[in-house]
Design a protein around this ligand. Structure first.
Ligand SMILES: CC(C)(COP(=O)(O)OP(=O)(O)OC[C@H]1O[C@@H](n2cnc3c(N)ncnc32)[C@H](O)[C@@H]1OP(=O)(O)O)[C@@H](O)C(=O)NCCC(=O)NCCS
Length: 165
């Protein structure tokens, strides 16, 4: 029986842009963390779906850091890229920039790494094509992502052993 050959794919990317409305802000007039988390999850999901060409779900969000407060009226741009592809999962890195257009200033608002899992039509984890890694930058990204994945899996094993999952 012939085995299906899955061609490697280049890393996908995604970008989303939002404006911070009064509805998105807390009593300090700054963006809710949960709203920013939703934007991060959305851009990572689009990026992973582009790579997988199928449905994906978020399995893990880690290293989420809110670097700077983001104020009402600012424009928020979230950029995502696939760093690493395992068997059925991939790691997507997201970097969020926020722009105060009236002052002409931009800040690094947040960053995160998300592990996304591809699902087949029955909702079961499904193999992804291998990642084509060519540039030195992409090789560095993949190495760093492999280290994070090992740490994530070690933490998962430890939590399971302690009955916390
Ligand atoms: C994510 C989910 C499909 C994984 O199911 P599962 O039965 O644990 O599947 P597996 O054990 O085969 O793991 C699938 C992949 O996820 C990875 N994974 C799962 N948990 C992980 C963790 N804590 N850290 C790192 N990777 C993890 C596995 O390593 C595996 O990757 P690989 O195939 O590349 O090696 C399942 O837990 C789920 O449906 N969770 C809910 C998802 C959800 O509702 N998200 C929010 C809305 S999108």
């Amino acid at each position: 029986m012939s085995k299906k050959i899955i061609e490697p794919r280049t890393a996908s990317e995604a970008v989303t842009t939002n404006i911070v409305t009064p509805h998105d802000t807390n009593h300090l007039g700054t963006l809710f963390g949960g709203t920013l988390m939703a934007w991060i999850d959305t851009v990572a999901g689009i990026c992973a779906m582009r790579y997988a060409q199928m449905t994906v779900v978020t399995a893990v969000v880690d290293a989420l850091q809110f670097q700077q407060p983001v104020r009402r009226g600012w424009i928020v741009t979230a950029r995502a890229r696939v760093n690493y592809v395992g068997n059925t999962s991939c790691e997507v890195g997201v970097r969020v920039g926020a722009e105060d257009i009236q002052q002409g200033e931009s800040v690094h608002a947040a960053s995160a790494y998300l592990t996304m899992v591809a699902l087949d039509k029955e909702g079961k984890p499904c193999p992804l094509p291998p990642l084509l890694v060519q540039s030195d930058r992409d090789k560095r990204r993949r190495r760093a992502a492999e280290t994070r994945r090992a740490l994530r899996l070690a933490l998962q094993r430890r939590m399971q052993a302690e009955g916390k999952t």
